[in-house]
Design a protein around this ligand. Structure first.
Ligand SMILES: Nc1ncnc2c1ncn2[C@@H]1O[C@H](COP(=O)(O)OP(=O)(O)OP(=O)(O)O)[C@@H](O)[C@H]1O
Ligand SMILES: [Mg+2]
Length: 297
């Protein structure tokens, strides 16, 4: 079976459909600005997924899925285990390359993109299993999220003078704001590997925030947390959405959390989309209820 490992060049599953489909137009405008696609309710579409299919050998992880994410919303992606949720995020941020379909981010369509290109264009993420530099402190982990934003070369940074010094001060201020916002000042010097899991998840969110993304992808940010930790994390996510105006795609199993946080929900099951709409509507859908109860199809 073809296996795809995250972040590895081996992840490039063949794109037969891509080669027959010709080139994808570059959606950027002539003056270099990024077009917004306005929808009927006035909110612009930040990202759209169109007819995406992703297979691993014989396994279809995602089958012909389309949905969109509007600017400023919290969009939940839910579904039973193995439904294709993580695979979907991996396609959006360029970890996996779909055999078919297109992702359009800020009006710019593409079939394949590298993770660093996704990050540079404003997409950040956290992982289902925390992925931090375990031996490094909280502060350094959050700071590492700034690396894409650091413009001065290593030479200037080593000299610690002039523009590089100014830039570093600016980055540190930004990072301090995030540390305050997430209430992790007390663990700023501690190596993250030694922190309880709930706090590691918070540090990982901090690192993603440090990238100042337009779109933040959160893969089960509350998994393994107790009720109090979940409430805290919910508060940070809402704050991030409200105060920092960050658009969020959130994979979450806890239905209470989804109902509280999400503006709209897309439901996946066995790689297919079986629901899409406001939480209260999706919750009533018989197809969705059946999927969660494991009703035989
Ligand atoms: N790298 C891979 N190689 C082979 N199969 C994979 C790979 N990644 C995912 N799959 C398969 O794709 C399907 C969807 O997996 P995915 O991890 O996207 O599900 P999920 O909805 O995130 O599930 P969970 O809720 O358990 O995290 C599963 O059948 C899984 O076994
Ligand atoms: Mg998953």
């Amino acid at each position: 079976m073809t296996t795809a490992t995250a972040g590895d060049s081996k992840t490039e599953v063949s794109t037969t459909a891509g080669s027959t489909n010709g080139s994808i137009p570059d959606g950027s405008t002539t003056d270099g600005s990024i077009p917004d696609v306005a929808t009927s309710d006035g909110k612009a579409t930040l990202l759209s997924v169109e007819n995406v299919t992703l297979s691993f050998g014989g396994v279809k992880a995602i089958e012909d899925i389309s949905f969109d994410i509007l600017e400023g919303e919290i969009r939940a992606i839910i579904g039973p285990n193995g439904a294709g949720k993580t695979s979907m995020l991996n396609v959006i941020n360029g970890f996996y390359h779909p055999q078919q379909g297109t992702i359009t981010f800020r009006g710019k369509p593409r079939r394949r993109m590298r993770p660093y290109e996704a990050a540079a264009s404003g997409i950040a993420r956290t992982f289902q299993n925390v992925a931090l530099f375990k031996g490094m402190s909280t502060l350094d982990n959050v700071m590492s999220g700034r690396s894409l934003k650091m413009h001065r070369g290593l030479f200037w940074q080593m000299l610690h003078v002039g523009p590089a010094r100014r830039e570093e001060i600016e980055h540190r201020q930004r990072v301090e704001e995030i540390i305050d916002f997430l209430e992790i000042a007390h663990i700023r010097k501690q190596p993250v590997g030694k922190l309880p899991y709930g706090l590691q998840k918070r540090v990982e969110l901090g690192r993603a925030m440090a990238m100042e993304p337009d779109l933040l992808l959160l893969d089960e940010p509350m998994a393994g947390m107790n009720l109090e930790e979940k409430e805290d994390m919910s508060r940070y996510i809402i704050g991030l959405n409200d105060e920092f105006r960050t658009t969020i795609a959130l994979i979450e199993h806890d239905m209470g959390v989804v109902m509280d946080l999400a503006d709209r929900v897309v439901v996946l099951d066995y790689g297919r989309k079986i629901g899409d709409g406001p939480p209260e509507e999706v919750q009533q859908s018989q197809q969705v209820i059946d999927a969660y109860l494991g009703v035989a199809r």
